[in-house]
Design a protein around this ligand. Structure first.
Ligand SMILES: [Zn+2]
Ligand SMILES: [Zn+2]
Length: 172
């Protein structure tokens, strides 16, 4: 969905729509967008700056980085962006530090779908976890711990009991 910068009215533009993304668009390998991403966005032009403010909701399936099982994530994210004309790119070095995060638009157009995708990709966790205390895969039997109820750790002798046996023997 392209927004024509020069056709933006003074009041700006309100957009409420769904965007569909394929797994190949997503930054995380194996991630799946389970339903269209819904976005509510306002686009305003102030001088040469384009202000994009909005909120998106999405439902994703990610693979847990510990147990490798897919799990669902509800995304609800707000964003507040400033885009500058690429023509101003020439003076990029003169912009102060606050402007570093600003993005540039080309050919008097903004691709809203591209912007939503970028924002969606930014919500991905660096280390996806199905639960904060996911125990992952057992290093001994290779089974996913939460599902198999693997008892490898119970079978392993507890070092405290070993010590106890020794001290009892010493007393005799
Ligand atoms: Zn997990
Ligand atoms: Zn095990």
């Amino acid at each position: 969905m392209f927004i024509d910068i020069d056709k933006l009215s003074k009041e700006g533009l309100r957009v409420s729509r769904d965007f569909e993304f394929l797994s190949i668009d997503l930054v995380e390998e194996n991630a799946v967008s389970l339903e269209p991403v819904h976005a509510e966005v306002t686009v305003r032009k102030v001088g040469e700056e384009i202000l994009i403010k909005g909120r998106m909701t999405a439902r994703l399936s990610l693979d847990c980085s510990r147990c490798l099982a897919p799990y669902e994530v509800a995304v609800d994210s707000c964003f507040d962006l400033v885009y500058l004309s690429e023509e101003l790119d020439l003076i990029r070095e003169e912009l102060d530090e606050d402007d570093v995060n600003r993005v540039f638009y080309r050919e008097r157009q903004l691709d809203l779908k591209e912007i939503i995708l970028e924002q969606l990709n930014l919500t991905f966790p660096a280390k996806p976890l199905c639960s904060p205390n996911c125990e992952g895969i057992c290093a001994i039997c290779g089974k996913v711990r939460k599902h198999s109820g693997c008892d490898c750790s119970e079978k392993a002798p507890d070092p405290r009991f070993q010590k106890l046996k020794i001290s009892i023997r010493d007393k005799k």
